[in-house]
Design a protein around this ligand. Sequence first.
Ligand SMILES: Nc1ncnc2c1ncn2[C@@H]1O[C@H](COP(=O)(O)OP(=O)(O)OP(=O)(O)O)[C@@H](O)[C@H]1O
Ligand SMILES: [Mg+2]
Length: 437
Amino acid sequence: MSSKLIYKLTKEPDQIINSLEYYSDQIINSLEYYSSDDRHSKDKPESFPAVMRRSPDYSQHRYKIDDLVSFAVLGLDVKITPDSEVKIIEVNGINSGMKGFQEAGVEYKGTPSDEELMRRIFSHFDSFKFDNDNLLEYIKTDLRSKNSCDEALTSHINGLGKEPIAYIAARLAVEGYFQNRMKGTKDVFTLDKRSLEDRLNPYLSGIINKDTLFTENRVLRNVHPDWESRYGNFAETLIGIERILKDKLQSDTFFDGCRGIKPKTHEYTEENFHRLVQAEQPKYVVIKPYNGSRGEGLVIVPATTLAEERPDPNERKYVVESFVSSKPILSEKDGQFHDGCMRYVVFVEENKRGRITLHDFGGYWRLCPRPISEDLDIDGMRANLAQGALAEKVSAEDMKIVREAIGRNVPMFYRNLVQRADPQREMKSLLREYSRL
Ligand SMILES: Nc1ncnc2c1ncn2[C@@H]1O[C@H](COP(=O)(O)OP(=O)(O)OP(=O)(O)O)[C@@H](O)[C@H]1O
Ligand SMILES: [Mg+2]
């Protein structure tokens, strides 16, 4: 039996229906293509979804996304303090890394057990006789080799509506925001190949950044303008969110209504450093680039450190925070206790009535490479996979307190965030302010 067929057999019934929809779409696309006038046009992309040449108003699909006004992926960096308080350290966006889930052996909560899997296969394929142990092993290995949390998130996003998501993803890509969880991008845009080749002459190709070149030449083609009026604002809002989340100082301000869950981030100046030390009385202070990632450029110093021994605030834009320690977390790998910073992934949906729903895709501990110690040691205090952190499963109790704290606080953060990130809402609030002047 071909591995393709095995793969299909293991899919959920609604996924099978989705595949059938996909194949029928392909057939309709080809039929439309062969009956249309532009069939001889050479640069016609073959896989372009025909449905986008018409207004979405004519679509027979009812998309889940049509009940929403915005959505986002948030990858939260979370600590649990020795007093069992939950603290958010940082919020990452749509490209939040999820590879640690697999490393930690965390499976999505909806992943079926082996028995459940067999039951489902039998119930949908009555006539399919399942008597091959090797085949069973193959299916299990195939399923277990996947990052189920990442896959569940990807299929949730695309489940909002295949074509709208493809459109939104293409809009993001055109503006240089690349992500890999929304499918169908390539079907919606195409490269303006000729101008690309013109620019890629031997003299220029060496000095031009190919990524910019690629971005500049992406265009949405043949898309009915109603797709923009219906779904363009989702893309604009996502771009706004990504822009804000890159800036740790700006992101932090949206926690002002739920400050208990996040240590305040300050701009790093000499004055702010002293003010923070006085007001918050931390033992250690974190100084990090305002737009950093992967834990790079981050320094931790005792609160008593003199200016000469700290980074120079004029050299680079830094932010400063009190260091929040985590409760000791046991590592299965070395049997020792570590400081941990969890990566917790949620998908946020805001519907037309302003209701915010969080969908959890799970979390895993990133444990600092070295165990907790009394001394200052960056490798015992900073947890990033890129800096050697160990991925570890989270206990059910810890997961529960994090899930509850996130559920209580993140909707308010998100409401504040989209108010600024959504260009339509931002424009309205600016107009309101001007009218008061
Ligand atoms: N205020 C803080 N208190 C305690 N630990 C912190 C604090 N700020 C940063 N850290 C530690 O340093 C790590 C990196 O910090 P942060 O997430 O802010 O930066 P980053 O470089 O943007 O990381 P990412 O790759 O997740 O985007 C965190 O995972 C955490 O372990
Ligand atoms: Mg981080």
